[in-house]
Write a protein that binds this ligand. Structure first.
Ligand SMILES: O=P(O)(O)OC[C@H]1O[C@](O)(CO)[C@@H](O)[C@@H]1O
Length: 299
């Protein structure tokens, strides 16, 4: 029988609880290099790494650890001053991230988290955290991105053991049948889970070429609900705002929710991306028009 594509992506998704455990065990050692309580911090990244930055920024502020702004690296504002800049880049080669690090060198202390210690980011940031044990063969990021976020959550003082227990279930349980059959997906979040919603939507686009959208949940009623209807899904990371599930039902759509930790729920969305890609005859290990990182010659 021919082997189905997506084997690397699938295995990396399934390995997340194990990598999250490793990350949680090292978080305390990294306290001296990651943003410290009270500092005003900026976090930059591109694509998936930008969405992880958004989630971490919202969590850090909510934890009372200091004002934290997340930027797509290309949009980092020239005039702002921060106590520390955290750069996220699995590959360590993304042009816009390296450009920002070069620009702030000597004026802002920087730290980068990366998967690959043999890349330019190693010399571009003042401090480095290497998560090589979470690196991936897949072009699309799954376990690297989530492991990084578990590390950051643990660094903020959160007990992540329930999150890992939820992920153990999320890698094994059946996917929501309505989502597997759907032809459009709108991912929603609030606070730190907005970054997860954007990441889920990106994953479905990258791996499966699917039509996805993503919004802060309270914005969904301000227009985006217009695309929801029969055969379409609104997927909420975390507790949905009051009345939203009823409104989705009224337009004929299906609302997907869970009481589990929203990061564990992202694991389900990653699995859905693999499932949908295969159903469409695509190989999630070989996504269309996507490379491991974007290295620009012209800018
Ligand atoms: O984290 P890195 O290596 O800087 O790369 C970000 C890249 O990752 C991706 O999510 C694809 O792997 C792209 O969105 C983006 O180009």
């Amino acid at each position: 029988m021919a082997e189905r594509g997506g084997g690397h992506t699938e295995a990396e998704i399934a390995s997340q609880p194990d990598r999250w455990r490793r990350a949680a065990a090292t978080a305390a050692d990294l306290a001296p290099v990651l943003p410290r309580p009270g500092e005003r911090a900026a976090v930059i990244g591109c694509g998936t790494s930008w969405f992880v930055a958004q989630a971490y920024a919202a969590l850090r502020e909510a934890a009372g650890q200091g004002e934290t702004d997340a930027f797509a690296a290309s949009e980092f504002p020239a005039g702002r001053r921060y106590d520390r800049l955290l750069a996220l880049s699995r590959s360590g080669t993304t042009t816009e991230v390296l450009d920002v690090l070069a620009r702030v060198r000597g004026t802002t202390p920087t730290v980068a988290i990366t998967a690959d210690p043999a890349t330019p980011v190693m010399n571009a940031a003042d401090e480095i955290v290497v998560l090589d044990y979470a690196d991936e063969r897949s072009v699309v990021q799954t376990r690297y991105a989530t492991t990084q976020l578990v590390l950051l959550r643990a660094h903020l003082g959160e007990d992540v053991s329930p999150v890992i227990a939820d992920a153990e279930r999320a890698v094994a349980e059946p996917l929501p049948a309505a989502a597997v059959a759907a032809d459009q997906f709108t991912f929603l979040g609030r606070g730190w889970t907005i970054g997860l919603a954007h990441e889920a939507a990106l994953k479905m686009r990258e791996a499966a070429g699917a039509w996805t959208e993503s919004y802060p949940a309270m914005e969904y009623r301000h227009g985006p609900i217009a695309v929801t209807g029969p055969g379409r899904v609104a997927w909420m990371f975390g507790e949905p705002p009051a009345g939203l599930a009823d409104q989705v039902a009224q337009v004929g759509g299906t609302m997907v929710t869970t009481s589990r930790d929203p990061l564990a729920d992202l694991v389900r969305a990653q699995r859905l991306a693999v499932e949908i890609a295969r159903a469409r005859g695509d190989d999630p290990d070989r996504p269309r028009n996507l490379t491991r990182s974007v290295i620009l010659d012209v800018r």
